[in-house]
Write a protein that binds this ligand. Structure first.
Ligand code: SME
Length: 137
């Protein structure tokens, strides 16, 4: 899964489209389970490069979602104690798990420079995006 150039190109297009068209989506990326390891690995993304290309399960918002299998909406990142900062401009984050055949294999992660921008509509929309993405993996 996701170990091929054409899939990565299509995922990159998804990231670029979301980041360019939704004003409060400032960084958009996919993380995927790294083989058999209990960690996430950064896949295609749009926005500033991040140092956090590997995230252990349980660490940060992303690592927590890898374990919980549930959406995580963070209206104010400063209020989170288990949070990995990628950029000081980020105010809010949403992470939605990506399932393939019922298994949590990764996630879409979005950072916003706008405080508290994410609604249930974003959750439903990103669940839809992930469902579509799972069909091309
Ligand atoms: N903030 C994330 C780390 C990934 S960066 O947002 C790209 C977290 O706490 O898991």
């Amino acid at each position: 899964e996701n170990n091929n150039e054409s899939v990565d190109n299509r995922l990159l297009e998804v990231c670029n489209l979301l980041q360019e068209t939704i004003s409060y989506y400032d960084w958009v990326g996919f993380y995927f389970k790294n083989g058999d390891k209990e960690e996430l690995k950064l896949g295609p993304y749009a926005g500033e490069p991040t140092d956090h290309t590997i995230i252990p399960f349980g660490k940060g918002i992303c690592g927590q979602v890898a374990v919980s299998n549930e959406n995580f909406v963070v209206p104010d990142v400063a209020a989170q104690d288990n949070y990995i900062a990628c950029s000081i401009t980020v105010k809010a984050e949403i992470v939605v798990p990506l399932f393939l055949n019922g298994e949590n294999i990764g996630q879409i992660d979005i950072d916003s420079n706008t405080p508290d921008p994410f609604t249930e509509a974003d959750e439903r929309f990103l669940e839809f995006v992930n469902q579509k993405v799972s069909q091309i993996l």
